[in-house]
Design a protein around this ligand. Structure first.
Ligand code: ZN
Length: 346
């Protein structure tokens, strides 16, 4: 083996170990995607909503978008205190977080994590890593055709509930349990991020797989068998990349702000209709429908307990479809973030 091949092999092994022990290190859309969603919304806010965001939040939505991932750097010390600690293995995590490293903002991140740490057990491992981490996703089985609180893979502390709780606070009502939201600024930080997550198909819908790589339907047997849980696609690999991470990555040409094409797509997103309180579930249902396309043509193979690979009938066609779904979903997320804030501050 050449030394280069040897080095590549070591790097691959390290990545594999990281994947095994840190399966949920990824975050929806990466910070670039969250910035794009915020950037679209910044440009679609009405003057009153824009003023409210500037006054209450003090950041553009584009800057605020990654906040809920930045708080993942807050750790619980042995003495029970919470502290923001840079991850020495991942200096890149800091890139979108520099705006929040003033003493006041850092205190807010530590405080938010402390207040939202213990209300639930992080599924599916049961290990303690903070309830606030569950606010970023649902895992509704792909066999379903919509979001419904009665389906498995949802919870009182899931993504839809987090969006609803933040809306409550912006409408001068208390946050629904188990959420602790200090004020409207925190609610805006949450919404600027979670609207993005809500439009990433693998943050809302999931496949559950058996040891043959076949779909199993948890709702049919009224329980999630942990051995079938793909953890939102984190336990499925497409070649060397976790399938979830592949979906988080945005098309390279998009950069970190709204493009004219995305803005135009956002402007043509149909209005949601009905009342604001129903929107989180309505939008999640829309994403479940989109997820059916995200899994179309995907075939799964069992590798080892709780690890699968994915292959496609036509890989190039799949990647092309994935690219256009991502663009549509980013545009919709930005449009709906603005729609929501414009409805709260008409
Ligand atoms: Zn997230």
């Amino acid at each position: 083996m050449t030394s280069k091949a040897h080095m590549l092999r070591i790097i691959f092994s390290l990545n594999f170990l990281l994947w095994v022990f840190c399966p949920t290190a990824s975050s929806a859309w990466g910070f670039q995607g969250h910035r794009i969603v915020g950037s679209i919304a910044d440009q679609l806010l009405n003057p009153r909503a824009k003023l409210q965001v500037a006054t209450i939040l003090g950041f553009e939505l584009r800057i605020a978008g990654p906040w809920a991932d930045c708080v993942k750097s807050v750790v619980r010390n042995d003495d029970g205190t919470f502290e923001y600690k840079e991850n020495p293995n991942h200096p890149e995590y800091e890139i979108p977080c520099t705006s929040f490293r003033t003493s006041g903002e850092q205190k807010r991140m530590e405080d938010y994590v402390g207040r939202n740490w213990t209300q639930c057990v992080y599924p599916p491992t049961g290990q303690e890593r903070g309830c606030h981490n569950t606010y970023h996703f649902d895992d509704i089985a792909i066999e379903r055709d919509r979001f419904d609180r009665g389906f498995l893979g949802t919870s009182e502390h899931d993504l839809v509930a987090a969006v609803s709780a933040a809306i409550s606070v912006l409408k001068d009502r208390p946050a629904t349990a188990p959420f602790s939201i200090a004020d409207k600024k925190e609610a805006l930080f949450m919404l600027s991020h979670f609207l993005g997550d809500l439009h990433q198909p693998l943050h809302v819908a999931a496949v559950y797989l058996d040891t043959h790589g076949h779909l199993v339907d948890p709702d049919a047997v009224h329980r999630i068998d942990p051995s079938t849980d793909t953890v939102g696609g984190n336990n499925i690999r497409d070649q060397h990349t976790p399938f979830h991470t592949e979906w988080d990555a945005i098309p390279d040409d998009l950069g970190e702000a709204a493009t004219p094409a995305l803005l135009s797509a956002a402007r043509s997103t149909p209005p949601s209709g009905g009342v604001v309180e129903d929107w989180p579930a309505l939008w999640a249902s829309d994403t479940v429908a989109v997820a059916h396309y995200a899994f179309e043509g995907a075939n799964f193979k069992f590798v080892s307990p709780q690890h699968w690979t994915v292959a496609f009938d036509d890989r190039n066609a799949y990647l092309a479809a994935q690219d256009s779904i991502k663009r549509r979903q980013l545009a919709k997320a930005g449009a709906r973030l603005a729609e929501l804030l414009n409805a709260i501050w008409p």
